[in-house]
Design a protein around this ligand. Structure first.
Ligand SMILES: NC(=O)c1ccc[n+]([C@@H]2O[C@H](COP(=O)([O-])OP(=O)(O)OC[C@H]3O[C@@H](n4cnc5c(N)ncnc54)[C@H](O)[C@@H]3O)[C@@H](O)[C@H]2O)c1
Length: 256
């Protein structure tokens, strides 16, 4: 018996990294999964991998989380194609160095807001559900310099990334409180550094990679499957009395 038997999950950012690993793991746990991403080919690939595993129903759709109408439409499309909606994983995001302030806030914060603003009442109207947002350790603390001690605020995008992710933790708590009586649980995961395409640049040089590892008391960075396992827990009924938390999955990064 899977932990998510009978549930339908919508995951944004499902073409890559944490979103892809979560889609695959949630399907193995019995969920039907809608893989949503701005990268439709990648989202399709994830759905195909799930189908090849033979684990469950999966489908894909293209959306830009920064576009409100895309996010709103994805909710109904998931119901139409997969027969319901119980879990929304607002996971899509970009690294702060890829974009300036406006784009980082638009995708990483406003994108999650769109998922909550439309998703929470949508789930409430269907009897409840679980929403998970991907925050970051950068949603709980400031970042230290990743380039040999250079202050993080001198790195392009660090401030925008931290501000956006702190916004995600705030939205998580607010929506948890607002929708608690309507049966919608809202939680966030705060990953430490995880080995995905997003962090490939910091793994390019040995020195920076060692520095990043040293930020985690466990002495390593994490794997996307380790975030997927936490997402399964927050999606499942095992976490039925948990709402409004920001769960660090960070090898101890925020413990000191
Ligand atoms: N990798 C890490 O170390 C780490 C740490 C903390 C938090 N996070 C967060 O985890 C989430 C997933 O990151 P990842 O590491 O898997 O990165 P990734 O780059 O592997 O995956 C991100 C996915 O989001 C998609 N995406 C980007 N912009 C989008 C948009 N506007 N609309 C829809 N989809 C969009 C991309 O196409 C990609 O498939 C992000 O929110 C990121 O900020 C990552």
């Amino acid at each position: 018996m899977g932990k998510l038997d009978g549930k339908v999950v919508l995951i944004t950012g499902a073409a890559s990294g944490i979103g892809r690993a979560s889609a695959i793991r949630m399907a193995l746990e019995g969920a039907a999964v809608m893989c949503a991403d701005i990268d439709l080919n990648g989202a399709r690939d994830t759905a195909i991998r799930i189908a090849q595993d033979g684990s469950n129903a999966a489908a894909s759709l293209e959306l830009d989380v920064a576009i409100e109408a895309d996010v709103k439409a994805a909710l109904q499309t998931t119901v139409d194609e997969l027969g319901g909606l119980n879990v929304i994983f607002n996971n899509a995001g970009i690294g702060g160095n890829e974009a300036g302030w406006d784009k980082t806030i638009m995708v990483n914060l406003t994108g999650v807001y769109h998922g909550l603003f439309h998703g929470a009442p949508f789930l409430a109207a269907r009897g409840g559900g679980s929403i998970i947002n991907t925050a970051s350790v950068a949603g709980l603390v400031g970042l230290t310099g990743i380039q040999t001690g250079e202050p993080a605020e001198l790195q392009p995008g660090a401030g925008a990334y931290v501000a956006a992710k702190h916004g995600v933790t705030g939205l998580t708590r607010q929506y948890a409180v607002t929708f608690a009586l309507q049966g919608v649980r809202v939680n966030a995961i705060a990953p430490g550094y995880i080995e995905t395409p997003m962090t490939a640049p910091v793994r390019e040089t040995e020195e920076v990679e060692r520095y990043i590892e040293s930020l985690h008391p466990m002495g390593r960075i994490g794997q996307p499957e380790e975030i997927a396992a936490a997402a399964v827990f927050l999606a499942s009924d095992d976490s039925s009395f948990i709402t409004g938390i920001v769960l660090p999955v960070d090898g101890g990064y925020t413990a000191r």
